[in-house]
Write a protein that binds this ligand. Structure first.
Ligand SMILES: C[S@@+](CC[C@H](N)C(=O)[O-])C[C@H]1O[C@@H](n2cnc3c(N)ncnc32)[C@H](O)[C@@H]1O
Length: 401
C-alpha cells in the first residue's frame, strides 16, 4: 500500500490526525519515504555528512578511540549508532579504527541500527529490536533527531492550537484544533513569549522516550548526537514565524509536507534545549557542545586537508575530495550543525572534539580516507561517469527564519 492510501484510510476511520501521526506514516509507515529506496545519495533527495566525505567518520573514529582510552581501554567498547541509514558512517568508522589502533579495533563492537534498515547497506544495519542493553561505549547518531515526527502548532487569535491533517476531496488539508495531549500543552506553555498571530512552529514530543531508551542501552560512556538546530530561545524566536519544517524532494527544498506523502523527506530543526532536558531526566550529564566545524577541527580536519593538498592524485579526484571535506566544515552549512555530547556513569574529562582549549589537533590518522564512489557523493557533480546538478547548500538546507 502506498503512504497516501494508508494515511487516507486512517483519516477515514478516525477523523483528523495530528501532524506528528501524518509525518510518522509519511516517513516510516507502509510506502513511507524511508521504506522506499535510498533517499540519501546523488540520485536521492539530499546528502549528509557521512555521504559527503569519509573523513567525517574517520575523525569520529579518532574521538571514539579517545573515549575508549578514557575508559581505560576496556576489552569491549560498543558503539550503537541509531538512525544508521545505509551504514556508510559505520563502514567509514570501522575501517579507520582498523588502521588507527589494532587494540581499539579488537575492542570495538559496532552496532548500526535503523527503524527501517534499507536494502543497500555498506555495513550490516539491524532493526531497532536488535538494540543491545547495558553497554560500555558510545551511542552515536547523525541527523537522527531531525527525522523524528513533530507536532505542529499555530498561534490563532491569541490561542495556541495544534495542526491536524484531514482530507478534502483528493487532498490533505490542515485543520487547527486544541492540543492533542497535556504534554504538548505543557511544552507549549514554555513558549509563552508573546508570539505573533499566525506564528507556527514544531515540537518533538519523542525526545523523552528516546532519551529513556538511550539510558537503558548505555551503562557507561557517552552519547554523541549531531544535527541541525538551535537552543530553544533561538528556535522559537518571535521572528521565526514559519517554523523550521522543511521537505526535500529530488534535491529541492520545499515547505509543503502534505504534498507527495511517502515521496519526500520531512524534517525539522532540533530544539537542543529539549534534548538537554530529556537527556538530563534520563540520567545523562552534559559533556559539552560544539559546532561540527569546531569538532572536526579539534580532531584534525585541517591536517587531513593538508595531506590531501600534498597527495599525488589526479586533479578531478583531488578536487572532489576537497569539495567533500569543505562541505563538512562549511560555516554556512554542515559546519554549523551542533555536536552535543552527554556522559553516563563516567568521570567526564573533556572529549577531544569538545575541548575549547584544543584548537587544531595533530594528525592522528594513519592515512587519508578518500571518496569511495559506492559510498560517497562526488560534490563536484561527477558520479559514476555521469554528471548531476549538485544542489547548493542553500537549496538543501536553509535555516533562515
Ligand atoms: C536523515 S536520515 C540520516 C541517516 C544517516 N545517519 C546519515 O547521516 O546519513 C535519518 C535516519 O534515521 C532513521 N530513524 C528515524 N527515527 C529513528 C528511530 N527512532 N530509531 C532509529 N532510526 C531512526 C531513519 O530511518 C533514517 O535512516
Amino acid at each position: 500500500m502506498d503512504a497516501r492510501t494508508a494515511i487516507r484510510n486512517t483519516i477515514d476511520q478516525r477523523g483528523p490526525i495530528t501532524f506528528a501521526e501524518f509525518m510518522e506514516a509519511a516517513l516510516y509507515g507502509p510506502g513511507g519515504y524511508y521504506n522506499s529506496g535510498s533517499p540519501i545519495s546523488a540520485s536521492g533527495d539530499y546528502f549528509t555528512a557521512p555521504t559527503a566525505h569519509p573523513l567525517f567518520g574517520a575523525l569520529i573514529a579518532v574521538q571514539l578511540r579517545q573515549m575508549w582510552q578514557l575508559l581505560d581501554k576496556p576489552d569491549e567498547f560498543t558503539v550503537v549508532e541509531e538512525g544508521a541509514g545505509n551504514g556508510g558512517l559505520a563502514a567509514d568508522i570501522v575501517e579507520t579504527a582498523a588502521q588507527l589502533d589494532s587494540d581499539f579495533h579488537s575492542a570495538l563492537r559496532y552496532v548500526a541500527l535503523d527503524v527501517v534498515p534499507p536494502e543497500t547497506q555498506h555495513y550490516a544495519v539491524l532493526p531497532l529490536a536488535e538494540v543491545p542493553q547495558e553497554v560500555t561505549g558510545c551511542l552515536l547518531s547523525n541527523e537522527l533527531l531531525d527525522a523524528m515526527p513533530v507536532h505542529r502548532f499555530q498561534v490563532q487569535g491569541g490561542e495556541l492550537l495544534e495542526v491536524f491533517v484531514a482530507t478534502e476531496g483528493d487532498e490533505f488539508v490542515e485543520v487547527l484544533q486544541p492540543p492533542s495531549s497535556s504534554e504538548l500543552e505543557r511544552r507549549l506553555s514554555q513558549l509563552t513569549a508573546s508570539l505573533p498571530d499566525g506564528y507556527r512552529s514544531e515540537i518533538n514530543l519523542g525526545l523523552d522516550s528516546w532519551a529513556q531508551r538511550q539510558s537503558a542501552v548505555l551503562k557507561s560512556g557517552w552519547a554523541l548526537t549531531i544535527d541541525y538546530g538551535f537552543e530553544r530561545s533561538v528556535l522559537y524566536g518571535p521572528e521565526r514565524t514559519a517554523g523550521s519544517l522543511r521537505t526535500y524532494y529530488q534535491h529541492t527544498l520545499g515547505q509543503d509536507p502534505l504534498l507527495h506523502p511517502g515521496e519526500q523527506d520531512i524534517t525539522a530543526h532540533v530544539d537542543f534545549t529539549a534534548v538537554d532536558e530529556a537527556m538530563s531526566k534520563a540520567g545523562f550529564v552534559s559533556a559539552g557542545t560544539a559546532y561540527q566545524a569546531e569538532f572536526l577541527q579539534r580532531l584534525g580536519v585541517h591536517a587531513a586537508a593538508e595531506r590531501l593538498r600534498a597527495a599525488p592524485l589526479p586533479r578531478p579526484q583531488k578536487l572532489a575530495n576537497q569539495r567533500g571535506i569543505e562541505a563538512l566544515i562549511d560555516p554556512n552549512g554542515m559546519g554549523r550543525f551542533v555536536v552535543a555530547a552527554y556522559s553516563r556513569n563516567v568521570e567526564t574529562p573533556t572529549l577531544l572534539g569538545l575541548d575549547p582549549n584544543t584548537a587544531d589537533s595533530q594528525d592522528q590518522l594513519v592515512s587519508l580516507p578518500l571518496l569511495n564512489p559506492r559510498r560517497h557523493i562526488d560534490l563536484t557533480g561527477h558520479q559514476s561517469g555521469s554528471y548531476f546538478e549538485v544542489p547548493s547548500f542553500e537549496d538543501l538546507f536553509s535555516d533562515e527564519p
